[in-house]
Design a protein around this ligand. Structure first.
Ligand code: C5P
Length: 318
């Protein structure tokens, strides 16, 4: 049966842990991360067009709607990989309702691309497995495989190798982002390499030892024990070393979160969004209000949200 439309929810992610270990022959970095889906999410709607083309719509001024959009590239990849299905069912109109801040370290573009992969898999009746979708997703961007499975996971390699961890539901956080501030991910990694590349691990056994250290370390153990206090205590992000120095307001926001009763607060991914882990929803609201009073700048956007247990999901089909 032909499906005419598919609506998906595409959650953002934060990094509870991000360690840069070394260089890779492909020019990327070897990472060890703990990724967490959150309740702030885009809505992505696919509508069959009946002709062999894709169109992207998004009302956010910073999201391109041309071929550089990662969601568009996801659709093109599906058409190229499954030419018979594309010929049979045609392309789609892709409408992105952008709720996730752009260029914020929250995988907003990657999660939209993940939604398009899953949406076309469903609309074209391909029956792809999660690992198959993740393998396709890895060719689009390092965060796409995580966005497909979501929840709480350890990510290694470029960030595309995912091992699920026990899921953490009911944990509240406050997310903050200065609306006019964007950080380029390539800039953050390149600057990190220039400043700290001399300390990179160069050999395979060294890499493995660093991965093992995280795998058997306090963050993963805190997650296994659902110990939110310990998780907050062990939050870590190497990219803070370059991004906070370049953007003092981001550093200030992190300090305000920390002094307003957060269990812990750090920058997510390549920033500049910052999140604070709270003991309860009530505490999260208090922290948000305290941050609002301390930084009355209308450019600062704040959200109270929760950890989410899933990645992209279809919520409606027609
Ligand atoms: O994979 P993605 O397109 O999201 O990566 C964006 C940029 O971030 C890359 O071009 C690279 O500069 C940097 N990056 C990296 N190492 C990774 C992931 C990303 O250096 N593991």
């Amino acid at each position: 049966m032909m499906m005419d439309s598919c609506t998906l929810v595409a959650p953002a992610k934060i990094n509870l842990y991000l360690e840069i270990i070394g260089d890779r022959p492909d020019g990327y970095h070897e990472l060890v991360m703990v990724m967490q889906s959150i309740g702030v999410a885009d809505r992505v709607e696919l509508k069959a067009l009946g002709i062999d083309t894709f169109r992207v719509h998004c009302s956010h001024p910073l999201v391109p709607t041309d071929t550089s959009n990662l969601a568009y590239r996801a659709a093109q990849l599906m058409a190229q990989q499954f030419p018979a299905a594309f010929e049979n069912w045609g392309g789609a109109e892709i409408t992105i309702d952008k709720q996730i801040p752009v260029a914020a370290g929250l995988a907003g573009g990657s999660t939209d691309a993940a939604a398009v992969l899953l949406g076309l898999d469903l609309m074209w009746n391909l029956g792809l497995t999660l690992p198959e979708l993740q393998e396709l997703g890895a060719t689009l961007g390092s965060d796409v495989p995580f966005c497909l499975s979501g929840g709480t996971a350890l990510a290694t390699g470029r960030g595309e190798k995912i091992s699920p961890l026990s899921s953490l539901s009911g944990t509240f956080l406050v997310l903050g982002k200065f609306r006019s501030l964007q950080v380029s991910t390539p800039w953050a990694y390149q600057t990190f390499r220039q400043e700290f590349g001399k300390d990179y691990v160069g050999d395979a056994s060294g890499l493995e030892a660093r991965q093992h250290r995280v795998h058997s370390g306090p963050m993963v153990s805190a997650i296994q024990h659902h110990d939110v206090g310990k998780i907050a205590e062990h939050l870590y992000n190497d990219l803070e070393r370059v991004v906070l120095a370049a953007h003092p307001p981001v550093s200030q926001l992190r300090e305000v979160f920390r002094s307003s009763g957060a269990l812990g607060a750090i920058m997510s991914g390549s920033g500049p969004s910052v999140f604070a882990i709270a003991e309860s929803q009530e505490k999260a609201i208090q922290i948000r209000d305290a941050a609002r009073s301390a930084i009355p700048d209308p450019d600062l956007e704040l959200w109270v949200t929760q950890f989410a247990t899933t990645g992209v999901q279809a919520v409606g089909r027609g």
